[in-house]
Design a protein around this ligand. Structure first.
Ligand code: UD1
Length: 437
């Protein structure tokens, strides 16, 4: 068991290079098994969720060659099973992409029900609706999704909920369906466009990714390709927020600034200086930023995956901000930890009322999920004194070398074994949080 030991108080200053998008890579690795030709993918982040996905496809016979830390060669001609049910795949969300990929290619898939961060109930009814409309029989038992079709036939599918996962999953299955599929009310996140571009580079015919309607002309088979994954918009946004939280000056490089517009807009409203370059953004924090409202929405709205990070910045801003979480119903659990540090935040249903304070105090913290974990690390880096963040496995699911990148920015953070720290007296809770339902 490891945790972060953090001595906070320094502004974070310098340049940080962002890696490939985890959520795009998860979809793309699943899509790569839809051909029997060899596929080469680079700019893959070396994070836990990706490694679980790569191991899961190896379990069903796919040959995965690690060309280097960020590149793989995938050969799915050796698949011997459509049953994906290993111990680890159950823990990641994106396991569901293997349903769309295997169903498209083999018209049969049996995949463990998805896990992922506990941020809400996270139903998958829209994925299943799409598969059924394409002609598949779908059963869900206590631990598996079982789906089978004689043929998949293109359909006109309307999503009742704008869902990233359902959009990608149905798009994958429809790529190898017979005839034309139209999917309406789809999600528009950059990684949806990236998965569509990847499939198109394999010979798929997908149009409209990035708009509300995706049109697909089904193909009988796909071919090999070489592809480089887009930069991670959420990792980039995390470091942009880090500049605001630490009142520092960070240039986030290897990114697509267009993908960051919602984050840039909010940081500007808070009074940060934000300078855009072709493939980088520099954020300069001020001594005291201003409050601003934030509502999470599907892209191009403010991403739910950056909600804990911006809330942490607003916990230190002048004035009262209202944060409205519109995507996941249980995404404020980290607020308890910020309150331990002296933040003044109350949660009312899907809203957090944040009254900015001058500074946070060091504390013993625990990461409740991936993005909230990252936000708590940034909070600890801003707080004078020694903090600990436990349960860092969550953070390692989606951030590569997080501590190394923060160290390069001047952050005093290291990984220590939990038993190394002995007993500490830091971080007593100072104020009970009010929860209104
Ligand atoms: C993906 C991302 C996650 C991000 C989220 C929203 C991956 C692996 N994960 O998750 O990091 O936070 O998008 O940007 O890419 N919903 C339904 N029925 C469904 C599917 C979704 O009601 O069948 C609801 C969800 O409960 C949620 C909303 O739709 O309220 C959006 O979820 P969705 O976009 O599907 O999120 P994920 O694909 O799980």
């Amino acid at each position: 068991m490891f945790q972060y030991m953090i001595t906070g108080g320094n502004p974070l200053v310098g340049e940080v290079v962002v890696g490939g998008a985890k959520n795009a890579a998860l979809g793309i690795i699943a899509a790569a098994i839809m051909t029997d030709d060899v596929v080469y993918i680079d700019n893959i982040p070396d994070v836990r969720d990706i490694n679980v996905m790569l191991e899961a496809i190896q379990e069903i016979g796919v040959t995965v060659e690690r060309v280097d830390r960020h590149a793989v060669r995938i050969d799915a001609s050796t698949i011997h099973s459509v049953v994906v049910d290993d111990e680890f795949i159950k823990k990641i969300r994106a396991s569901y992409y293997l349903v769309g990929a295997l169903l498209g290619k083999y018209k049969h898939a049996q995949v463990a029900l998805p896990g992922g961060c506990a941020i809400g109930s996270r139903p998958i009814d829209q994925h299943l609706k799409g598969f059924r409309m394409l002609g598949a029989k779908v059963d869900v038992n206590s631990d598996r999704i079982i789906t089978q079709a004689i043929d998949l036939i293109g359909e006109h599918i309307y999503l009742d909920v704008v869902s990233v996962g359902a959009t990608i999953n149905i798009m994958m299955a429809a790529t190898l369906a017979e005839g034309k599929t139209i999917i309406e009310n789809v999600a528009k996140e950059p990684h949806i466009v990236d998965v569509a571009n990847f499939l198109n580079s394999m010979g798929a015919e997908i149009k409209g990714a990035g708009t509300d309607v995706i049109r697909i002309n089904g193909k009988t088979k796909l071919h090999g390709t070489e592809y480089s994954i887009i930069p991670d918009q959420i990792e980039a946004g995390t470091f942009m927020c880090a500049a605001a939280i630490s009142r520092g000056d960070i240039t986030v490089t290897n990114i697509i600034p267009k993908h960051m517009e919602a984050t840039t807009a909010k940081l500007l409203e808070m009074g940060c200086e934000v300078i855009e370059f072709d493939d980088a953004i520099r954020v300069v924090g001020t001594l005291r930023q201003r409050a601003t409202p934030v509502k999470t929405l599907p892209y191009p709205g403010f991403p739910t995956d950056l909600q804990p990070q911006i809330t942490t910045a607003l916990a230190l801003a002048e004035g009262t901000s209202v944060i409205t979480e519109n995507i996941f119903e249980n995404r404020f659990r980290y607020v308890y930890e910020l309150v331990k540090m002296g933040a003044d935040i109350d949660v009312m249903g899907n809203k957090a009322i944040v009254v900015g304070v001058q500074g946070l105090k060091a504390a013993e913290l625990s990461a409740p999920d991936l993005r909230a974990g990252a936000a708590l690390v940034l909070a600890a880096l801003s707080a004078e004194g020694l903090s600990y963040v436990k349960d860092i496995e969550y953070i390692q699911r989606g951030y590569e070398n997080f501590e190394d990148k923060l160290q390069l920015l001047g952050g005093n953070i290291k990984i220590v074994a939990v038993e190394d720290i002995g007993s500490t007296t830091i971080g007593d809770s100072i104020r009970p949080i009010k929860i209104y339902k």
